[in-house]
Ligand binder design. Structure first.
Ligand SMILES: [Zn+2]
Length: 245
């Protein structure tokens, strides 16, 4: 079942990428200038919609740690952030910075399998993402990069053949993916450092260790997730957190 899903996803991804590349080729040839705003607009709509859907499909967290978590957020000077829980059984947590939907998410798996100290450590990490507005900064970087590439394309497109253009578009997609992955890595470490600075490093390290074991137990290879999301290795993160304590 899992293999089937991964296989279907890979095929869907390839088909979607090919269609986008052909469309990009077509759009670039005819309306090179419009690429200035088409790419950034698609990115913005996608991230905003994704954030909105995530709020709609999760429910507010009303558990026993709610009051303590909210007072912790106040201490971090991270205000106006909602707490939500999602139905996944995997141990995970996430943050969305988009106003007016600033939210920290915990999965049901995280809430049931982690102790208080670990959850407070994970909360401090997600609060770091909120404090530094990481998801917004990621998109701003993406917009800057896609604008630079679009300007470059306006110059390059009239001077290249179809095959060259295909190579350029693929190379640009790889450049964007690599830059975004590097930013994600840097942001994860910055959020870990925020948690450690507020004396939640030990709890966070415990949360990460439990999450890694949980993911492995469910048959997810963390290396595959890491390759796609740009996350730094759990070993490196835990080592850095323990070093800073
Ligand atoms: Zn994070």
């Amino acid at each position: 079942m899992r293999f089937f899903r991964a296989y279907t996803l890979a095929v869907a991804y390839f088909v979607a990428a090919t269609i986008i590349l052909i469309l990009t080729n077509w759009i670039l040839r005819r309306w090179g200038v419009i690429m200035f705003w088409i790419t950034p607009a698609i990115v913005l709509i996608y991230v905003y919609l994704e954030s909105f859907l995530r709020i709609l499909t999760t429910k507010p967290y009303e558990g026993s740690l709610r009051a303590k978590m909210l007072s912790s957020l106040k201490k971090f000077d991270v205000l106006g952030v909602k707490l939500h829980c999602s139905r996944s059984t995997l141990i995970n947590a996430a943050a969305s910075n988009w106003p007016p939907m600033r939210t920290i998410f915990f999965t049901d798996g995280a809430l049931s399998k982690s102790n208080e100290k670990e959850l407070m450590g994970a909360l401090a990490h997600e609060a770091g993402h909120q404090k530094y507005y990481h998801s917004i900064k990621r998109v701003v970087w993406l917009l800057v990069l896609s604008t630079v590439l679009s300007v470059m394309n306006i110059y390059l497109v009239p001077r290249t053949g179809s095959l060259d253009l295909f190579v350029i578009v693929v190379a640009e997609a790889i450049i964007i993916a690599m830059v975004v992955c590097a930013i994600c890595r840097q942001q994860e470490l910055a959020a870990d450092a925020f948690s450690t600075k507020h004396k939640h490093g030990q709890g966070l390290a415990g949360f990460l260790q439990k999450a890694r074991a949980d993911w492995q137990e469910h048959g997810y290879s963390f290396n595959v997730v890491r390759a796609f999301s740009g996350y730094p290795s759990m070993e490196l993160r835990i080592k850095k957190i323990k070093h800073k304590q």
